[in-house]
Ligand binder design. Structure first.
Ligand code: GLN
Length: 444
């Protein structure tokens, strides 16, 4: 299986692979084969080929974040989530194309060339975990591990019609994933079935000494996830402000409303909720995400990691290395982030965004007293054509209208490939993954 999937990736046309881990994977696969030949029992995930977004460290293997900066960088250790999968016997076969450092929504902001959508080569893969979602959709991998800061698992999952889970912040360790915005970065699975999402989630969750924001969680139970009678008793909410957005495609609005109608016919309680305007969510998210990425990427200055430009003195090394090795989009975010953090601006912009975020948190806490699940579209409209997205950065930021709020809240949200052309998001209160997956089963 591992060998055939690597061959499929080699002849694939979607440009999802930054690096194939051929020797590494074949060696691991041979060990599993040997066990099978001896008649030994193997575990559920043993020998299962998976992909990982190219922001994860796997010791001895490249990790580029789809940037020139780290094109020659070799991981010194392995990310906790990936180590847990290795321990379960799963086999990583590919480091997947993504937007550089997670900065983007289309997997076009990458020095490996744009990835293409699984179902239409003229459309984008989505992003930033675009390569991962396409690999799952095309069955090159059984599952992939993506990263989601403001939608990067959920939106490409929707664009390629697979499941993608952004778990609760802190449920899975971020140790060994290159940081974009540390306060909303989460690690999560992309897969073709709810059951696969559940299995991978349970494997990679857990408290980790190396990431002090992690907490211990109970495994999501198969029985509960499949309890449809319980799913029908869940109370569902949706946001008026999301449906009133002028940017929402008319056909998306009507298919989402059809879904709500169907749920009501099933006897499910469905309530409209008042929530923040999407523009408030987008501006709060991008203020904080840019500030955090400017801080996180300050460490890439040519002295410790990755490439170094030739120059006369230290200051020039910093300046040249950073100018030459970051993409335009990443530079825009670093400049924006430093701007909102700088003296005079930080009170006016950064601190204000922090305060709005606290309000968003409070609102979520209140809402999830009244409902179990919030449903929303994943995107405002259909999948863009290749070449459209990067031309207009502001439009790209605004296109994240429905995903970024749940990131600011640290809530678990699943994209399910149903409800609209690019799927729907199912969100619960913190640590409510079981309810999310249970409800997803009802919509299958
Ligand atoms: N598109 C969003 C951004 O560019 C989300 C990216 C992500 O989740 N990594 O910030």
């Amino acid at each position: 299986l591992v060998k055939s999937k690597i061959e499929e990736l080699k002849s694939s046309k979607e440009n999802t692979a930054n690096y194939l881990l051929e020797d590494y994977a074949l060696q691991k696969a041979a060990a599993v084969d040997a066990k099978l030949q001896k008649g030994e029992k193997i575990g559920l995930l043993e020998g299962i080929p998976f992909g990982l977004k190219d922001v994860y460290l796997l010791q001895g293997q490249p990790a580029s974040a789809s940037s020139d900066f780290l094109k020659n960088y070799i991981s010194p250790y392995t990310a906790t989530a990936i180590q847990k999968l290795l321990d379960a016997g799963a086999i990583p076969i590919v480091k997947e194309n993504c937007d550089s450092f997670g900065h983007g929504s289309s997997t076009e902001n990458t020095v490996f060339g744009a990835a293409k959508n699984a179902w239409d080569k003229n459309k984008v893969a989505g992003g930033s975990s675009g390569g991962s979602a396409v690999n799952v959709a095309k069955k090159y991998t059984t599952f992939s591990i993506g990263g989601d800061t403001g939608g990067s698992i959920r939106q490409p999952a929707g664009y390629n019609k697979v499941y993608g889970l952004k778990p609760t912040y802190g449920r899975i360790s971020r140790y060994g994933i290159m940081a974009y915005a540390s306060s909303t970065d989460v690690v999560g699975p992309i897969a073709r079935t709810i059951e696969d999402i559940r299995i991978v989630l349970n494997t990679i969750s857990g408290k980790d000494y190396h990431d002090q924001t992690t907490y211990a969680s109970e495994a999501v139970s198969e029985e509960k996830v499949n309890d449809l009678a319980a799913a029908k008793k869940l109370k569902v909410g949706y946001y008026r402000s999301f449906l009133e957005s002028k940017a929402l495609d008319a056909s998306f609005k009507s298919s989402f409303e059809d879904l709500l109608k169907k749920l009501k016919e099933l006897g499910i309680e469905v309530k409209p909720l008042d929530f923040f305007e999407t523009n408030t969510l987008v501006s709060t998210y991008y203020t904080l995400a840019m500030a955090e990425t400017a801080s996180n990427l300050a460490r890439l200055d040519g002295t410790n990691y990755g490439n170094r430009a030739e120059a006369e003195n230290l200051k020039e090394i910093y300046a040249l290395t950073r100018s030459e090795n970051f993409t335009e989009e990443t530079k825009r975010r670093i400049v924006g982030g430093n701007q909102v953090l700088s003296q005079g601006h930080s009170e006016e912009i950064y601190n204000k965004a922090r305060a709005v975020r606290d309000e968003i948190d409070d609102r979520f806490a209140e809402e999830f007293e009244a409902v179990d699940i919030v449903l929303s579209p994943v995107t405002l409209g259909p999948v863009p054509n290749v070449g459209e997205t990067l031309k207009d950065p502001l439009a790209m930021y605004l296109s994240d209208a429905y995903t970024v709020g749940f990131s600011l809240g640290g809530l678990p949200t699943l994209t399910a490939p149903t409800g609209t052309e690019t799927g729907i998001q199912i969100t619960a209160a913190k640590n409510g993954e079981e309810k999310v997956l249970q409800f997803a089963n009802l919509l299958k």
